[in-house]
Design a protein around this ligand. Structure first.
Ligand SMILES: Cc1cc2nc3c(=O)[nH]c(=O)nc-3n(C[C@H](O)[C@H](O)[C@H](O)COP(=O)(O)OP(=O)(O)OC[C@H]3O[C@@H](n4cnc5c(N)ncnc54)[C@H](O)[C@@H]3O)c2cc1C
Length: 430
């Protein structure tokens, strides 16, 4: 029996949290620690949300950094964040987020979460805190802590409506559990339902960057919380932000490489190769369109790709470059341990070849062959390569000014190509 409208169960709670992801579970635990009793967490699916898929969290001035003698101040991070965004983001929210971040890591450590810390990308400050077992393990730990404090977790119980009386004052929440409808009377509600990454209509309405060919890597959140809160008069803000990233085919299966274990592509994923700054990026018309090293200092790789036809990028490497990456390791690290020597990828050429059969990597003996596969005039590909190689020979990228340390001509066959599109994990704001 499912959602039988004839059966309605009545429940009481002091606080109802709608959404059992990282935000909801942290809110529930904090409220319980501050003495609130009878807390109920509703989730549409299982507890965990997108938070269970995340790799790690940002923090400045954390106990992990202090123990490792990493000097990374909150002020420095605030300045970087505001300059990077050109003050388009709310400085008070950013200040609060950064100021609280170190304490958040401390709070999570007290709950039993273990972290390692380093830069997410090269040239970044070491602010990326990766929990042991990543987001999945972190969420499991929060779940155990909630249960220990008597917080009632109700998975597969989507909230449908926030209830108010005739004066507009909150009275409760209506939800739909598997067996029956639920009317929950409560004194307070916290809405933490993630964004609206699964809601095509809202994506088209609010996110100008959204493209129907973009892969959604996160859960298909429908914006339920935004809708329910707006229905009872809540204001909305900044609903237009898509959290962009690489597609799931490039994602690393495991970020934790233990010292002594040699990483290969089955450990680190294809992302460090697809985003390798010494490679060449082509769009579907066979033209170069950006400095391929844009991401070696932050996270904007996907921005120039969003503007390309069909949101497509072809990362091109030649045999020399594959050998170089094999011997020196990729420039991009994706949080992989920086233990000396373990960045090398011996056998990279073979690893790439092994991915031809599932269509993730394509290998070509000539530029003509590559052009044929891309359905582009071979003359265009040749011109693009010639221009790029001459920039490399002259150690000066006169078009996009890529740093000369990343300029290596691509002339040695076979060519390796990784075709990828921008993906998004979810929306931010509500
Ligand atoms: C693959 C991936 C990797 C990521 N990596 C990182 C990273 O490394 N670092 C980082 O900072 N961020 C990362 N992110 C983003 C990060 O995961 C999110 O920003 C964060 O998890 C949001 O937390 P949340 O609690 O707001 O939402 P979520 O964790 O998504 O939780 C929302 C919950 O609400 C529930 N819900 C929705 N509607 C209802 C309803 N009607 N009733 C009841 N429950 C409902 C959902 O089922 C879900 O469980 C990543 C995201 C993805 C998808």
């Amino acid at each position: 029996m499912r959602n039988n409208p004839a059966i309605t169960e009545n429940l009481n709670a002091n606080l109802v949290i709608i959404g059992g992801g990282g935000a909801g579970m942290a809110a529930a635990l904090t409220a319980a620690e501050k003495g609130v009793e009878n807390i109920l967490v509703l989730d549409k699916r299982g507890i965990g949300g997108n938070s269970a898929m995340a790799f790690g969290i940002f923090a400045a001035d954390s106990p992990v950094q202090k123990r490792n003698k990493i000097n990374c101040t909150r002020d420095e991070c605030f300045k970087i964040a505001m300059n990077w965004s050109q003050w388009r983001i709310n400085p008070c929210i950013i200040r609060a987020l950064i100021d609280k971040s170190g304490d958040t890591v401390k709070w999570l450590e007290e709950k039993g979460v273990e972290f390692e810390c380093g830069p997410f990308f090269p040239n970044q400050l070491p602010t990326f805190h990766v929990p042991k077992g990543r987001g999945a393990e972190l969420m499991k730990t929060l779940k155990e802590n909630c249960r220990a404090l008597g917080i009632k977790l109700m998975p597969r119980s989507p909230a449908a409506q926030i209830l108010t009386d005739e004066r507009g004052h909150l009275t409760g929440v209506h939800a739909q559990a598997t067996e029956a409808g639920l009317n929950i009377s409560c004194k307070a509600v916290i809405v933490a339902t993630g964004g609206f990454g699964g809601n095509e209509e809202m994506l088209r309405q609010y996110c100008p960057e959204y493209h129907s060919r973009m892969e959604r890597v996160g859960l298909p959140h429908m914006g339920d919380g935004i809708r329910m809160a707006a229905q009872i008069g809540a204001a909305t803000d900044s609903r237009n932000v898509l959290l962009l990233g690489g597609p799931s085919s490039l994602h690393p299966p495991d970020l934790h490489v233990k010292p002594g274990i040699k990483p290969d592509l089955s450990v680190i994923g294809l992302m460090p190769i697809a985003w390798e700054p010494r490679a060449l990026w082509l769009n579907s018309k066979g033209k170069r369109f950006a400095d391929e090293s844009v991401d070696s200092g932050s996270y904007p790789t996907t921005n120039p790709v969003v503007n390309q036809p069909d949101n497509l990028c072809y990362t091109v490497l030649d045999s020399n470059l594959v050998e170089m990456i094999s011997e020196q390791g990729p420039v991009m690290s994706m949080g992989v341990s920086k233990e000396k020597g373990d960045r090398k990828l011996p056998g990279l050429a073979g690893d790439l070849k092994a991915r031809v059969k599932n269509g993730l990597v394509h290998i070509f003996g000539s530029l003509e062959e590559m052009a044929g596969w891309m359905q582009v005039d071979p003359g265009i590909i040749k011109d693009t390569l010639e221009e790029y190689n001459s920039s490399c020979d002259g150690a000066h990228d006169r078009i996009f000014l890529k740093d000369k340390k990343y300029l290596f001509p691509l002339r040695t066959t076979p060519y390796y190509v990784i075709k990828w599109q921008t993906a998004f994990t979810n929306t931010i704001g509500g």
